[in-house]
Each structure stands twice: as C-alpha cells, then as structure tokens.
Design a protein around this ligand. Sequence first.
Ligand code: NAP
Length: 248
Amino acid sequence: MPTLKTVVAFAAAMGLATSAYAAGETVVVAGATGKSGPALVKILGEQGYKVRAMVRDKAKASSLGAGVEVVEADVTKPETLGGALKGATYLISTVGATSPAPPNNPENVDFKGVVNLTDAAKTAGIKHFVLMSSIGAGDTKPETMLNKVFGMVLMWKGKGEDHLRKSGVPYTIVRPGGLADCEPGKVGLKIGAITEEMQGRICRSDVGLIMANALGNKDAAGKSINTISDDKAAAGAWKSAWAAVKKD
Ligand SMILES: NC(=O)c1ccc[n+]([C@@H]2O[C@H](COP(=O)([O-])OP(=O)(O)OC[C@H]3O[C@@H](n4cnc5c(N)ncnc54)[C@H](OP(=O)(O)O)[C@@H]3O)[C@@H](O)[C@H]2O)c1
C-alpha cells in the first residue's frame, strides 16, 4: 500500500503537485485580473490547488483558464466577501489601489479593503492568508516618493498589514521590491526580514512562486518578509530562507 508521502512524491515527479497541501484545497486569489494575479493563478493550478479567482469584473477573467472558478467581489464592499471566501482553505491577495484619489485609493483599498478581507477571512475560517504588500510599507513620511505621488500608499499598506498581524488569522506578508513582468523561476531570489534594507526589482511571477510556497508552510506562518531578485543566488534556494526569518 503506497504511503501518502510516496503518493505526493510520485505526483510531484509527474508534475501534478509540488506540495502535500495542494490536493483539492481551494485557494481564493483576490486581484486575479491584475498584473500579478494571472501568473499566480497558473502556478497554483500547476501545484494542484483548486483556484477561485476573486475579481471585480467577471468579463476580465475569461483568460484565466477553464478550470478556474470566478467570483465577483470588491474589498471595499464587505458584504460581497463572505460568499467569495465560503468553503475556501487559503486566501492570497494581490489587490492594490488603482488610483491615488478616492474611491479606489490606498486608504480605501490597501487599508480598509485589507481590513475587510482579513475580517471576512476570520469569519470564513481561512487557514492561511498571504498578503502581497510592498517593501517600505508603514513609511509615514509624506515626502517619500510613493507616498507623495500615490495617496500615502506606503502608510496605508502598513496599516492594513498591522490589522492582519493582530487579527488572529494565520498569515504571511510578502513585501516585494519594484515589480517586473518576466518568466518565473529563472533567477535567484532574496528573502529577508522587513528590517533588512533591500532595494531592487523582482518578477511578478516569482512573487507568485513565493506566495504559493508560503501556503500552509509552517516556516512562513506569522512572518513578514522583504523580497527582491538576486542574480548571485541559485534559483530555488530561497525556499530554505523562510526558517531564518523571525516571527513578527
Ligand atoms: N508596481 C510595483 O512595482 C509594486 C511594487 C511592490 C508592491 N506592489 C503591490 O503589489 C500588488 C500587486 O501589484 P500589481 O502591479 O499586480 O497590481 P495591479 O495590476 O494594479 O492589480 C491590482 C488588482 O487589485 C484589484 N483591485 C483593485 N481594487 C480592488 C477592489 N476594490 N476590490 C477588489 N479588487 C480590487 C484590481 O482589480 P481590476 O483588475 O478589476 O482592476 C487588480 O486585479 C499591489 O498591492 C501593489 O501595490 C506593486
């Protein structure tokens, strides 16, 4: 009789799953129609998860693939979130404000929207919420370039992160550097504590690999990380870096 370990190893070898956690569990991807969402949806599908795309407009989700469930919801409208999360095990958010000015601005999306999503995740019993944030989140200085041009986005992202940390929902906060559009898994990546000074860029798809890897990963739970690409590191070596980061 094959053991679970043997079955998972065989499935991984066949490219069917890369995680013992993947089989049949539903991951909700909020922000699935943004620039980071589609690569993440693809990665999760390849790892054997059932993917539910949470989008504002179903018409924009047609290219996500036939196996992807699509639900409409808006993080600024808490009444839309309960149904979108019902029955799901995991939640990953790549949501971000689309304008520096209201209504869909950083205060309403990166702060209040993350609060709404976190509270809905708690009610739904989500086992792990992975939040895509940004290096520098929590910076309250008005003169910092991103704050100046985009409605104090770093300050509001920091407030959203804080709510998640205190919520009791199991979480990981992934703070990438500047985002670029490129193939996943081609370069090395650096993962470090948010107190570590990091400046650089990273592929949106590589952030997707990191967030997928965080799901159900005890070495990632309760942690916030900064991440950028790192030409000197071996591709894939980042997976063992979680353990060295202290819990929040
Ligand atoms: N750009 C950078 O260099 C950079 C660097 C570090 C971190 N980040 C952060 O990383 C995350 C992903 O970045 P990205 O470039 O992939 O973002 P993006 O392309 O702007 O995608 C944002 C997603 O959020 C969704 N969204 C916006 N308001 C929403 C709302 N009220 N309710 C539900 N969904 C909503 C959008 O939906 P629609 O598709 O309907 O518009 C879109 O799918 C963002 O939080 C961003 O701030 C960006």
